[in-house]
Design a protein around this ligand. Sequence first.
Ligand code: NYM
Ligand code: MG
Length: 219
Amino acid sequence: MPSIPRGKFIVLEGLDRSGKSTQTALLTTRLRAQNHTVTHLRFPDRTTPTGTLISAYLTGANQLSDHAIHLLFAANRWEKAAEIEELIARGEWVVADRYYYSGVVYSAAKGVEGLGVEWCRQVEVGLPRPDVVVVLDAGEDVVEGRGGFGEERYEEKGLQGRVREGFRMLGGRGEGEDLVWVDAKGGVEEVEIRVWEVVEGAARKINESGRGLRRVGAW
Ligand code: NYM
Ligand code: MG
């Protein structure tokens, strides 16, 4: 009898208000309808102790140094690392709304001395590496016009533009082949179909190759 294929680790990335929450929810629903067991994660996970601090920082309720908040975001992922590996090994799927790519590019987009991409990425090395990262591509001109934009720290057009450039830069460096851009400007259903094509293709390749889950490597 063939053994059960391992689970898949899928990440959706993009600017604020690019539709990640909607699309991760739709993807999760679709996978469950196909009888997969799916854990839907969201980073930052605001429910844990580190997440509470992060949330207060984002809403402006507390102040933290740029390095300290960067490390909290990373810690908030490391809290979930072992769980992700266990779920995948058991044949289950993990769908995450943001991951370390946001961690690197948002912090680096601040332009703070000593907080460049290499420094920022170092604390992410060793985390479970996603099988595919779908980057929902809607530019800063699009997202700034969407409802709710500007409510939290970082939701500012100039920074979002630098974040978008940051995602492009990650696509051209080590493990950049994991990132796949999907046009996120159309309707929800249109975008969902595009996301699904990417995810289905990635899953098929993994099942064919039998490749295991990897870890984020150093640059
Ligand atoms: N963000 C998110 C970071 O700055 N670093 C990270 O590691 C992660 C995961 O937090 N503006 C930023 C991006 C968002 C903000 O995320 C909150 P969301 O998905 O808008 O709740
Ligand atoms: Mg947001």
